[in-house]
Design a protein around this ligand. Sequence first.
Ligand code: PMP
Length: 307
Amino acid sequence: MPIQEVKLIWRNGEMIPWADATTHILTHAVHYGTSVFEGMRAYNTAHKGVCVFRNQEHIERLHFSARVYRIKIDYSVETLMQVCRDVVRKNDLEAAYIRPVAYLGYGEMGPASPNAPSDIAVAAFPWDNFLGEDGKSDGIDVAVSSWRRFAPGTVPAGVKAGGNYLSSRLISMEAKENGFAEGIGLAHDGTVSEGAGENLFVVHKGRIITPPTASSILAGITRDTVSVLARKAGFEVVEQAIPRELLYGADEIFLTGTAAEVTPVRSVDRLSVGNGDRPITSKLQEMFFGLFTGETEDEWGWLDPVA
Ligand code: PMP
C-alpha cells in the first residue's frame, strides 16, 4: 500500500520535513533488523475530538522492546506520548496511523555493536484498515501458513522488533500469492500462533479463546482491548493453546490489531467458518468502534486527546 505523505516527522527531538527523514545506507538496523517500533492509531472521535488510542500502553511497549535489545531511548514515556499527539496535530491529521521507531543508527558494524548510536522517530500518516474496509464487514479468507513462527528461545515474539517482520512477510506473502487476504502462523509446537500482523480469536461454544503469550505471539494491545470489552459484555475469554483443527470447528474467528482493528475471518484453508453468522464478532466490533463514536463509554481512559 503506498504511503500517503504528510508534512512533518519527529526525529531525535525535533520536527523535520517529511522528505528530510532519511537515513544512511550503513545504518545498523538496515543490516541487522535492530529496530523496535509501534503501530498506533489516532481516531477522530465524535465526543473527544482527535484522540490517540491507548497511547501510554503503546509507548510502554516500545520502551520494553528497546530494553530487550538494549536500544537506548532518551525520551520518557510521557515525552513520547506528547510527541505522538504533536505529530498528529501538526500534520493536521484527523485519523492517522502513528509509527514510532527506535533503532540502532550509523556508526558501527557487527551484530552486537555495543556503541552504535540509537535514533528515534515518530511518523504519522493516513492508513485505513489494512485488511480492507470490505474485510471488516464481510470477513476475510485466510490460510494457515507453511512457515512456522519463531520458537521461544530464538527471537522474542513478545518484542515488537523490525526483524520479527521477516517472519510476517513470509507468512503474508505466501497467503497473498495463493489468493488469501492473510496468513496464520503456527507456533513451534504446531498450535495456532497469530496472523502476520494480527492476533487471533476463536469463538467456540460460546467461549472466546485466544492463544497465550507462550504461543509465539505479540501480546497485542487490541487483543487486550477486545478481551476487556468482551468480559465487560459478559463473555468468557480464555487464553489457551489452540490446535489447528479448532479453526475448522470454530463458530466464529476474528483477527485484532491496530492496523486490522477487529476483522472477521470468513474462511480458513477454504473451509467456511461456522455457519457464517457472527453475533459475537459483530457485538465486539460494535463495542470497539463504539469507543470512537462515544456509544461505548471509555471507562479505562484509553482515548488520549491530541489537543
Ligand atoms: N501480532 C503482530 C505480529 C503484530 O504485528 C501486531 C500489530 N502490532 C499484532 C499482533 C497486534 O498488536 P496490536 O493490537 O498491539 O496492534
